[in-house]
Design a protein around this ligand. Structure first.
Ligand code: G4P
Length: 287
């Protein structure tokens, strides 16, 4: 389902998530490990405020580990606890409970000191569309609970799912909008599959991806396509080389550029060429 984020929907989604947050002790803010900054909702700090927070870098299997780890510092400085998971293949999930215990420790110690009975930690997942919220809920629950498909905000009928020994998770995630106003962020969101292709120009997305790879993984790019193109060649030369190698031709033996654009986006998006973190820490962390 395509979500149209009109200002009214955004306000409603924010209100609904804010309301749900009152029920929980900790928020799991889900980000895409390939774009840990660009996949955040622009108002997330305002929405979550001082509530204990675990930032879950999902899709770690498709990101660049070293670059991703640099982002841990950024989130730690903000007082959040970062963990990285691969929800699709069920990797790193134990850390989620450990992190939840850690960030709520003080709160539960205060409750204990007041004589309150021990209880499970309550949590909810919040994130932009396609970041893997439903996949993670299903994996943590060890069964299919959350439907993949989106509705802004949160749906009404909610239940608590038991996760591990000490955690209860809301079965419906909070869905908030990404930062799609910014052109570069829009391209990163499209390249990673977070936003629908129709709202950005695919040629610009493919060129952005190609230029990123030329800069950060030139050898890997040549090896993947089995081509030999000088680093400083222009985009058309790259498209021609890739198109010819893959037989993406149309009448008159001309390269079918539309097909090349689709191919490049598909292969980067699905980590077929390599694993990358498009948010470069040294360039963005000061923002
Ligand atoms: P959402 O609820 O936040 O909207 O996201 P959802 O769980 O629907 O996941 C969006 C896509 O991301 C799905 O792929 C899902 O399989 C994939 N995904 C989620 N977590 C991970 C992960 O850790 N690693 C990888 N590689 N992929 C992940 P899809 O193409 O829509 O579906 P499918 O082809 O996997 O069935």
């Amino acid at each position: 389902m395509v979500i149209q984020w009109f200002p009214g929907h955004m306000a409603k989604a924010k209100r609904e998530v804010t309301e749900q947050l009152k029920k929980v002790d900790v928020v799991f803010e889900l980000v895409d490990a390939r774009i840990p900054l660009s996949s955040r909702n622009p108002m997330i700090d305002e929405v979550i405020q001082q509530k204990p927070r675990v930032v879950i870098f999902n899709k770690k299997d498709m990101s660049h580990l070293k670059e991703m780890e640099k982002w841990y510092t950024f989130f730690k400085e903000k007082g959040a606890y970062p963990v990285a998971v691969d929800a699709k293949h069920g990797k790193g999930l134990k850390q989620v409970e450990v992190a939840a215990i850690e960030v709520t420790k003080e709160k539960f110690e205060r409750e204990k000191a007041k004589g309150l009975k021990p209880r499970a930690i309550r949590a909810m997942i919040v994130g932009i569309p396609n970041v893997g919220k439903s996949t993670l809920i299903n994996k943590l629950a060890k069964r299919t609970i959350a439907q993949t498909g989106n509705k802004p905000g949160v749906t009404k009928q909610q239940q608590w799912i038991k996760v591990g020994q000490s955690l209860q998770l809301l079965d419906t995630p909070g869905i908030l909008w990404p930062k799609f106003e910014d052109q570069l962020i829009g391209k990163k969101l499209s390249l990673t599959g977070a936003i629908k292709d129709s709202i950005v120009h695919l040629d610009e997305v493919a060129i952005y991806g190609l230029e990123f790879l030329i800069e950060h993984d030139y050898e890997g790019l040549l090896a993947h396509y089995k081509i030999d193109v000088p680093r400083d060649a222009d985009n058309i030369e790259w498209f021609d080389a890739i198109g010819r190698k893959r037989g993406l031709l149309q009448r008159g033996n001309e390269v079918d550029y539309e097909a090349v654009i689709e191919l490049i986006i598909h292969e980067i998006r699905n980590a077929k060429i390599g694993t990358y973190c498009f948010d470069i820490y040294d360039e963005l962390s000061a923002q």
